[in-house]
Design a protein around this ligand. Structure first.
Ligand code: IPE
Ligand code: IPE
Ligand code: MG
Length: 243
C-alpha cells in the first residue's frame, strides 16, 4: 500500500461533494444535469490525487439519508455511478488506482452490488492511489455496526468489554485499513459533516469552500492542500511555538 507522502501533502483526503443541485439550478437545468457534471469532477479529482501523490482519496457520493430524495433523483445517481464504473475501470487501471466502497450495500440494486464487487476486484492490484467511494454511507451506522460486532464478540465470550479500545473499535469500522482523513473538504459553502466519517474525523482538518462540486478543479484541490499545509495540527498537545 502507498505509505510515503511528500511533506505538506495530506495522506488521506476525504471530500463531501456538495452543490450539484445548485449548480444545475443556476443554469435552469434539472438536478440530474448537475450530477452528471459532478461525475466529471470525480474524474478530475482522482487524476489530480494520483498525479500529486496523495495516497488515499475518499469521496462521499451518497449518504444513508439521501434516500429521502425523490426516487427519480436516487435512480439518476445510481445510474451515473454504474456508467462511471463501466467507463472508468480501464482508466483507473491505467492510473494504478484501486477502487473500494464503504457503506451499506444491502439496500443497493443487486446488479449494482455485482458491478461494485467486480470493479473492486479488477483494480485490486493497483497501489498508487486508494480511492474509496462512500455509498449509502452514514457515520452513525458505521459506529453502530462496529458496536454491534464487538457486542456479539463479547456475548460469545471472545473478548471482554475492557478489551474495547480506540484501536479495536476502529478495526471494526468500514474504514478499517484506511488511515483517518487528514483533510476533509466540503464544497458548496455548507459547513457541516452531514453524518460523514464521524469517528474518523476526530482530528481531521476541515476546509469548507464555496465552489460548487461540478466546478471543483485541480486548482481548487491544490488551493485546499496549500491551506492544509499551513495549518498546525496539534492533536491535543501544546502549540509548537511554546514547547
Ligand atoms: C451533492 O450535490 C450530490 C449528492 C449529495 C448526492 P447535491 O445534490 O446535494 O446538491 P445541492 O446541495 O442540492 O446543491
Ligand atoms: C451530503 O450532502 C452527502 C453527500 C455529499 C453525498 P447533502 O446535500 O445530502 O447534505 P445536507 O442534506 O445538505 O446536509
Ligand atoms: Mg447538498
Amino acid at each position: 500500500m502507498p505509505e510515503t507522502v511528500a511533506a505538506g501533502l495530506p495522506r488521506h483526503i476525504a471530500i463531501i461533494m456538495d452543490g450539484n443541485g445548485r449548480w444545475a439550478q443556476q443554469r435552469y437545468m434539472p438536478r440530474a444535469f448537475g450530477h452528471r457534471e459532478g461525475a466529471e469532477g470525480v474524474r478530475r479529482t482522482v487524476a489530480a490525487c494520483a498525479e500529486l501523490g496523495v495516497p488515499y482519496l475518499t469521496l462521499f457520493a451518497f449518504s444513508s439519508e439521501n434516500w429521502k430524495r425523490p426516487v427519480e433523483e436516487v435512480d439518476d445517481l445510481m445510474w451515473l455511478l454504474r456508467s462511471y464504473l463501466l467507463r472508468e475501470v480501464n482508466e483507473l487501471n491505467r492510473q494504478q488506482v484501486r477502487i473500494g466502497f464503504i457503506g451499506d450495500r444491502s439496500a443497493l440494486a443487486p446488479d449494482l452490488v455485482t458491478l461494485i464487487t467486480t470493479t473492486e476486484m479488477q483494480t485490486l492490484h493497483n497501489d498508487r492511489l486508494v480511492f474509496t467511494i462512500a455509498l449509502n454511507y452514514g457515520g452513525q451506522n458505521d459506529i453502530i455496526a462496529a458496536a454491534q460486532e464487538l457486542a456479539r464478540e463479547a456475548v460469545a465470550g471472545h473478548i471482554l468489554p475492557e478489551d474495547i479500545n480506540p484501536e479495536s473499535f476502529a478495526s471494526k469500522l468500514m474504514t478499517s485499513g484506511l488511515p483517518d482523513p487528514d483533510l476533509i473538504i466540503r464544497t458548496s459553502g455548507e459547513q457541516r459533516l452531514s453524518n460523514f466519517m464521524l469517528w474518523q474525523a476526530a482530528y481531521s482538518e476541515l476546509i469548507f469552500i464555496d465552489t460548487l462540486w461540478p466546478d471543483f478543479s485541480r486548482q481548487t484541490l491544490e488551493q485546499a492542500i496549500d491551506m492544509f499545509s499551513r495549518r498546525e495540527r496539534r492533536f491535543g498537545a501544546a502549540t509548537r511555538s511554546q514547547t
